[in-house]
Design a protein. Structure first.
Length: 114
């Protein structure tokens, strides 16, 4: 039997991915790490503004989903055909996140550049 331990929880069986949009103490920090590793700030801002995404926007959002999964979270972005969107419940969280001290206080030079 597999045993996964995360924070103060112990789960027997496969790790169940959590929803990053649910409030928890490290949510903004986790988002900052994911956004910086994936370098997807521009694509996310365009999604939030309702602007069309270019072909180069897809890869950073896929990287963000992969990083989120490795950290134990469900995908942040959903791809259906050529359309990409923020997963349910994420829009409001991301709008607040980009105005937070966690994001505005980051060092932009620490963002991964492809």
């Amino acid at each position: 039997m597999n045993r996964e331990q995360r924070d103060s929880e112990t789960t027997f069986g496969p790790l169940q991915l959590k929803n990053l949009w649910e409030p928890h103490i490290l949510r903004d920090f986790e988002l900052r790490v994911i956004m910086q590793m994936a370098d997807c700030e521009g694509a996310v801002c365009r999604l939030l503004a309702g602007e069309p995404l270019g072909p180069s926007d897809r890869a950073p959002l896929e990287v963000a989903n992969h990083v989120a999964k490795t950290k134990g979270f469900r995908p942040l972005f959903v791809a259906s055909g050529q359309e990409l969107r923020i997963s349910d419940g994420g829009e409001t969280v991301l709008l607040g996140f980009f105005e937070s001290d966690v994001w505005s206080g980051r060092n932009p030079r620490q963002t991964r550049r492809a």
